[in-house]
Ligand binder design. Structure first.
Ligand code: PMP
Length: 559
């Protein structure tokens, strides 16, 4: 029997109680036990009192066929066996068979209050029944009420709101406004950042996976103040010199704007090194430019310590852009700036048919009220702290975890095949995601190399949910280690201090081409095992290949 004692590390008592019976179950939500064929006991999802209605729609196969025939060839899906999600309730999602999953990704940091939060749904339904659309050319209270409430959440003179339909649109508008206001063209953004997929925003985005070969003018991508891989570690002001030099050598001396996320989301939950933003904001302002904070992912209380990500850096931007969490899943974005900067748009007409429509703004207003009423910022802080501490413990236990970072409920776990070389464990990340999904946990994936688990759940996530997530991750890693140890005299990867595979002299060995050790070829050996023994419905189709997540060989994650 293989018993996993993952919490021994944290000094806690037995985590996975042995079940009396082996139980193939139809929904994890209603099942008390999960035991594998080899007596492995699996972590148990916290109970949740909700059963979704039966699903009568098309099968996953049919949906896949329709996607293939009628939707963009550039879309891809997570998981070897893609999930067909049909219901959501708070921090949980349900597939077509009613199986419950803990949503630790939140539709890419978008579901802030919880799936189908009743008060947000009520606001949407009531407004839809009364007036779904008119046009901004007439009066309506929804947009005005929400603009006032939103402005009250921002510091300084940031009180003029422009509504858009997405984050891309918000950033496009912010860049346009900066160029108009300053009369300059050059914009500086940070490498590894993501800001959108339209003309200007694709330009400032600095991840090649998301850049098409079209003209993107006047953009300079500064060195990323990356605390994990960056040459200056966590000393933010040293990275800021690059921005100064870019202005000196690469522009006329005048710039329109600097744009950055406080925590790069798509980039793999990379929090900018402390001191960086303060130094760069000062440099940019000396060159006449405006500072744009892209809060599309880090805004709306997600970081726990603050309502906006930039606040942790002690700066006040000139323009703040937002989307995702603002609407809990409703298409909505916004740009907030000062009255003076806002005037730049008054010389011509900036018109947006749907931006600020009554239904979306009613939803946005309801989101703000729920965040306050349910104290979700404090919850993000408390649960995030607990979750990060537990993830840090896992990092001590497994070599494959190179870094745990982020704040609140915006956390990242970076996987590497070599701690010193920081070799990205790409295939293992995909494989780990598949494994965790089969055990009922959905995390995202990101980072330039696609080797970071992104944890951005709805802000109603509980400590029990956090424990379950970490137990599942721990279980996956523990099982891999024991399985590999069973099958080969040398295990890889292993607990750090005891059994380390030393890199040979010469160039680093790429993780996908590592030599055979002790009869076990390490080539594509999944650190996260192929677990044919998981007995739940969640275990239907774990694959050991770790392949197939992307249709094309692109690095990175998901937006
Ligand atoms: N900025 C950031 C930081 C983002 O993460 C994203 C989307 N992932 C965007 C902008 C673009 O938002 P959207 O997809 O709504 O256009």
């Amino acid at each position: 029997m293989q018993r996993i004692l993952s919490r021994a590390l944290c000094g806690k008592s037995s985590l996975f109680p042995r079940a009396a019976t082996q139980s193939p179950f139809s929904t994890l939500a209603n099942t008390d036990v999960s035991v594998g064929e080899d007596d492995t006991v699996f972590p148990k999802m916290p109970p949740f009192d909700y059963t979704p209605p039966p699903y009568t729609g098309p099968s996953a196969d049919e949906i896949i066929r329709k996607r293939k025939d009628f939707l963009s060839p550039s879309i891809f899906h997570f998981y070897d066996d893609p999930l067909n999600l049909v219901d959501g309730k708070m921090q949980y999602l349900f597939d077509e068979k009613g199986r419950r999953y803990l949503d630790a990704f939140g539709g890419i940091a978008t579901v802030s209050c919880g799936h189908c939060h009743p008060e947000v749904v009520d606001a949407i339904v009531s407004q839809t029944k009364r007036l779904q659309h008119s046009t901004i050319l007439y009066l309506n209270h929804a947009i005005a009420d929400f603009a006032e409430a939103l402005a009250s959440k921002l510091p300084g003179d940031l009180k003029v709101v422009f509504f858009t339909n997405s984050g891309t649109e918000a950033n496009e508008l912010a860049l346009l406004m900066s160029r108009l206001y300053t009369g300059c063209h050059d914009v500086i953004s940070v490498r590894n950042g993501y800001h959108g997929n339209a003309a200007a925003t694709m330009g400032v985005t600095a991840q090649s996976s998301y850049k098409f070969n079209v003209v993107q003018t006047g953009v300079h991508h500064a060195q990323n103040p990356d605390q994990y891989r960056g040459i200056f570690g966590s000393v933010g002001f040293k990275y800021a010199r690059d921005v100064d030099e870019m202005i000196t050598y690469g522009t006329s001396g005048c710039v329109a704007a600097f744009i950055a996320e406080a925590i790069q989301g798509v980039g793999g939950i990379m929090e900018l090194a402390p001191g960086y933003l303060q130094a760069v904001y000062s440099t940019i302002r000396k060159a006449g430019g405006l500072c744009i904070a892209d809060e599309v992912q880090s805004g709306f209380a997600r970081t726990g310590s603050h309502f906006w990500g930039f606040e942790a850096h002690g700066v006040v931007p000139d323009i703040v852009t937002m989307a995702k969490g603002i609407g809990n899943g409703i298409p909505l974005g916004a740009v907030v700036t000062t009255p003076e900067i806002a005037k730049a748009l008054a010389h011509r007409s900036y018109f947006n048919t749907f931006g600020g429509n009554p239904v979306c703004t009613a939803a946005g207003h309801a989101v703000l009220k729920v965040i306050e009423k349910e104290n979700l910022q404090q919850n993000a802080f408390n649960v995030g702290l607990h979750l990060k501490q537990r993830l840090d413990s896992l990092k001590e236990k497994y070599d494959i975890i190179g870094d745990v970072r982020g704040r609140g409920l915006m956390l990242g776990v970076e996987l590497v095949t070599d701690h010193q070389l920081k070799t990205p464990a790409k295939a293992e990340t995909v494989h780990g995601m598949n494994q965790m999904k089969e055990m009922g946990v959905l995390v995202g994936k990101g980072g330039f190399f696609g080797n970071v688990f992104r944890i951005t759940p709805p802000l109603c996530f509980t400590k029990e949910d956090a424990d379950f997530l970490v137990d599942v991750m721990d279980h996956t890693a523990s099982h891999a280690i024991s399985k590999i140890a069973r099958e080969a005299p040398v295990s890889y990867p292993t607990k750090r201090k005891t059994q380390k595979v030393k890199p040979k002299k010469g160039p680093p060995i790429p993780h996908h081409a590592a030599p055979a050790i002790g009869g076990l070829s390490l080539q594509c050996w999944p650190i996260w095992p192929s677990n044919r023994n998981i007995c739940s419905d969640h275990a239907a189709s774990i694959s050991s290949s770790g392949k197939g997540m992307f249709r094309r060989e692109i690095s990175g994650g998901d937006r």
